[in-house]
Design a protein around this ligand. Structure first.
Ligand SMILES: Nc1ncnc2c1ncn2[C@@H]1O[C@H](COP(=O)(O)OP(=O)(O)OP(=O)(O)O)[C@@H](O)[C@H]1O
Ligand SMILES: [Mg+2]
Length: 221
């Protein structure tokens, strides 16, 4: 079981000229493993995660989730499939401002189409593992960038999704917190979830089961 992209292409325009942000890329994100994509800024990583999660429709190529093609589905159907299948950790800040860290996390599990695999204790353990116990009742605007990021990670991990997609999860983190995050991902991979991490961080890349490099829209192992 895996999320698979085959020969996907996504074009954008820059100064009236078309270029391929993702250029004929094939990648597989299997369950039970940590897949990492490394690459320079602008190499197409976030675009690729958008394609794999069905948020961005490629001009060419095919994306399938556990053997089911998502290409012909409507946007609404794709949104539904994503909500049920993938816990997303976006690159930018994504917490809801009026809710505390804990409420943000609980809200995700309450609305998760996949349900929640965390009882109260498992949730508390995860919050502790990610070093968020002290800020759990604080509003996002009082958190540091790294705390916000870890809260968004806790939120994504609290849903019972088969896959977790993380775009730069350790971008704002020191090595201790980066380790915490990677360990939390490893725990999920050992439980059988498929993890995709986009990163610049070579310490994260070292922990990959499968490592890809992205450059100018193309992917290599
Ligand atoms: N909606 C868009 N319209 C036009 N160009 C875009 C769009 N989204 C991304 N691009 C361009 O496509 C290229 C790839 O962008 P992308 O966000 O995928 O890079 P990235 O590898 O995630 O970079 P970073 O590491 O900085 O997050 C960049 O040159 C970017 O400017
Ligand atoms: Mg990006």
């Amino acid at each position: 079981m895996a999320i698979v992209a085959s020969s996907v292409v996504k074009e954008y325009k820059r100064r009236e000229k078309k270029f391929r942000a993702v250029d004929d890329v094939s990648i597989e994100v299997p369950k039970g493993k940590i897949t990492v994509v490394m690459g320079h800024s602008g190499s197409g990583k976030s675009t690729l995660i958008g394609i794999l999660s069905g948020m961005i429709r490629p001009e060419a190529g095919v994306v399938s989730i556990d053997g089911k093609d998502i290409q012909d589905k409507s946007n609404r159907q794709r949104d539904k499939i994503r909500a049920a299948t993938i816990g997303m950790i976006p690159q930018s800040q994504s917490l809801i401002g009026g809710l505390t860290v804990y409420e943000n996390i609980k809200l995700q599990s309450a609305f998760s189409k996949a349900g929640t695999d965390s009882d109260g204790k498992a949730l508390d353990d995860m919050i502790g593992d990610l070093g968020l116990s002290e800020v759990r009742n604080m509003l996002p605007h009082r958190l540091s960038g790294g705390e916000m990021k870890r809260a968004a990670i806790a939120r994504a991990l609290s849903g019972n999704h088969d896959y977790i997609f993380a775009d730069e999860p350790t971008g704002e983190l020191d090595s201790e917190n980066s380790d915490r995050v990677v360990n939390a991902f490893r725990k999920k991979a050992d439980e059988g979830k498929g993890i995709l991490i986009i990163t610049h961080d070579s310490l994260v890349a070292e922990k990959a089961d499968i490592l890809y490099h992205m450059e100018n829209g193309t992917l290599s192992k």
